[in-house]
Write a protein that binds this ligand. Structure first.
Ligand code: NAI
Length: 286
């Protein structure tokens, strides 16, 4: 029986979420995605108009099917949490049921259960500011969008996840080593995400036999990464300094996600898996 995956954080064909969806689809999974509300319209229109058809091609020549796109804002757990100005915002008012609790309820009504949860989203409004220049609000917003969003998604999805399933997120080495330029509390948010991966592996493992892992990915020229402003430098740095001197492709991260979601990884949980051409293992640049 095919598995069903919900991937939160897909709004174009350039990011890790899209690549993970493709690798899971190639392995036979049914794909549901959660798309940030402000990006929903353009994503759905582009999908419908065939703008992503070239990047939908799977290794067997068929096109990846996305069974359903759910509007999602992972910063809000229930409708009660949503401030009036957002409720009134045109882009938000145009769709409904996009808080975490409502999305999970809708998925439950639509399909009953899922097997794989992927968290591939992050947001830090002050990411371009050094930590020592970050405001309290900016720091808390980074944690809310990039770390608690995952706790909330797993907390709400867990009751409808089939035992033996798996949950995954994306992290970055800035959680544990100094990466100047990854500011605004984003490094702190990734540290929280990695620690939460361990604690949630214990809790979800004991509760429902769900494995919880995170992929520490190398640099990719995604929409989110371009907004940080240093992505080209990080890619060049990696090619110059990593054990494997090549550009990292999103597909390599997608394939690792497919492995981690498969029975081949049945004893792996609570782990940070590096998919970064080995850069994390270097002590100094060369
Ligand atoms: P991306 O732009 O493809 O994905 C980020 C997604 O988050 C976007 O689709 C955006 O619409 C969504 N999003 C933002 N706020 C949201 C919210 N409140 N609710 C729902 N969705 C929201 O970029 P990328 O880089 O593929 O990011 C995916 C994950 O990979 C992130 O966790 C990122 O930190 C991580 N990562 C990225 C690296 C890179 O170099 N691109 C390196 C290591 C980790």
């Amino acid at each position: 029986k095919g598995k069903r995956a919900f991937i939160a954080g897909v709004a174009d064909d350039n990011g890790y979420g899209w690549a993970i969806a493709k690798s899971l689809a190639a392995a036979g999974a049914e794909i549901l995605v959660g798309t940030w509300v402000p990006a929903l319209n353009i994503f759905e229109t582009s999908l419908r108009r065939g703008k992503f058809d070239e990047s939908r091609v799977l290794p067997d020549g068929s096109l990846m099917e996305i069974t359903k796109v759910y509007p999602l804002d992972a910063v809000f757990d229930t409708l009660d949490d949503v401030p009036e100005d957002i409720k009134a915002n045109k882009r938000y008012a145009g769709s409904s049921n996009w808080t975490v609790k409502e999305v999970v309820e809708t998925v439950k009504q639509d399909f009953g259960s899922i097997d794989i949860l992927v968290h591939s989203l992050a947001n830090g409004p002050e990411v371009t500011k050094p930590l020592l220049e970050t405001s309290r609000n900016g720091y808390l917003a980074a944690i809310s969008a990039s770390s608690y969003s995952y706790v909330s998604l797993l907390k709400h999805f867990l009751p409808i996840m089939n035992p033996g399933g798996c949950s995954l997120s994306l992290t970055y080495i800035a959680s544990e080593r100094i990466i100047p330029g990854y500011g605004g509390g984003m490094s702190s948010a990734k540290a929280a995400l990695e620690s939460d991966t361990k604690v949630m592996a214990f809790e979800a493992g004991r509760k429902r036999r769900i494995r919880v892992n995170t992929i520490s990915a190398g640099p990719l020229r995604s929409r989110a990464a371009k907004a940080i402003g240093f992505i080209d430098m990080m890619i060049d740095y990696s090619i110059a300094n990593a054990p494997l001197q090549k550009e990292l492709s999103a597909e390599e991260v997608g394939n690792t996600a497919a492995f981690l979601a498969s029975p081949l990884a049945s004893a792996i949980t609570g782990a940070v898996i590096y998919v970064d051409n080995g850069l994390n293992a270097m002590g100094v640049g060369v």
